[in-house]
Design a protein around this ligand. Structure first.
Ligand code: ATP
Length: 257
């Protein structure tokens, strides 16, 4: 499916990264990273396994500290924040991590209300129920309200995981390998959901993946991470219309449709 055109505002940068470096001992994972996420866009960070995509997301969310460079998220320098400030900032970010598992002993409803009850203690029961109803409808799973996670398919669990982040109304969404481990049809389903979330909630998102179909279907812009740097940025066609053998090899080994 073609990516719908999104209303992107290039003058606002919910995430701005300059001169970022990160090494682990002699392993120089991120060598010199510049990245501006535009407001309202889906930005795909594409790269082979082990190229540092997860490290990048962890630095953006304050789980890891960079060695050099600046990482500004919603106007704040992440590595300068206190634990409390970081917690506040994280409430504005929706994380869809590979293993952001649901609580198996709770129903879908209980899973969804958990972040609200914990982080917004003053919301009323009525507001919670309304928010749950709204996000479940948003991810197309209104009927799953009282089901247990074990009764849902992998794709449905992923949807509920995304709904659980949306309930906090995040300004930014970070998707880490959203289609990993899903069958091709479910992948299409999740790619469509990522676009629906962008449209419906006006989120600005970074999607990190090595799945080219996911990149093509969800990305307004693609950044290709190679050897610790972004080697190419543009639309899917711009990135892969290249003489760079490393990018051609990535394309030839990965693209399945
Ligand atoms: N805390 C850490 N300590 C030491 N090395 C680490 C740490 N975190 C990541 N690395 C190393 O950094 C490199 C990049 O890891 P990262 O998880 O970011 O890769 P990735 O691009 O997300 O790959 P994948 O798609 O397989 O998750 C790997 O070689 C990894 O072993």
């Amino acid at each position: 499916m073609e990516k719908p055109i999104a209303p992107v505002d290039m003058s606002e940068h919910p995430i701005s990264i300059k001169g970022l470096r990160k090494s682990f001992g002699d392993l120089h994972v991120l060598r010199d990273i510049d990245l501006e996420l535009y407001k309202g866009e889906n930005l795909v960070v594409l790269g082979r396994s082990g190229t540092g995509k997860s490290v990048l997301i962890k630095i953006v969310s304050g789980l890891l500290k960079q060695d050099a460079g600046t990482v500004n998220v919603l106007g704040q320098e992440v590595d300068k924040l206190t634990t409390k400030e970081l917690q506040q900032l994280r409430l504005k970010i929706g994380f869809s991590f590979q293993n952001s598992a649901l609580y198996d002993s709770m129903t879908v409803k209980e899973n969804l209300e958990f972040p609200l009850v914990r982080n917004a203690p003053h919301v009323t029961r009525k507001e919670i129920d309304h928010a749950i109803e709204e996000v479940l409808e948003g991810v197309g799973l209104s009927q799953a309200l009282n089901q247990m996670p074990s009764e849902l398919s992998g794709g449905q669990r992923k949807r509920i995981g995304i709904a659980r982040t949306l309930i906090m109304r995040p300004e930014i969404m970070l998707y880490d390998e959203p289609t990993a481990g899903l069958d091709p049809i479910t992948c299409i389903d999740i790619n469509n959901l990522i676009n629906e979330v962008q449209e419906r909630y006006n989120t600005s998102s970074i999607i990190i993946t090595h799945d080219l179909t996911c990149a093509k279907s969800t990305g307004d812009r693609i950044m290709m991470l190679l050897d610790g740097r972004f080697e190419k940025t543009g639309t899917f066609e711009e990135v892969f219309n290249t003489e760079d053998e490393r990018i051609q090899t990535f394309y030839n080994y990965n693209f399945t449709s």
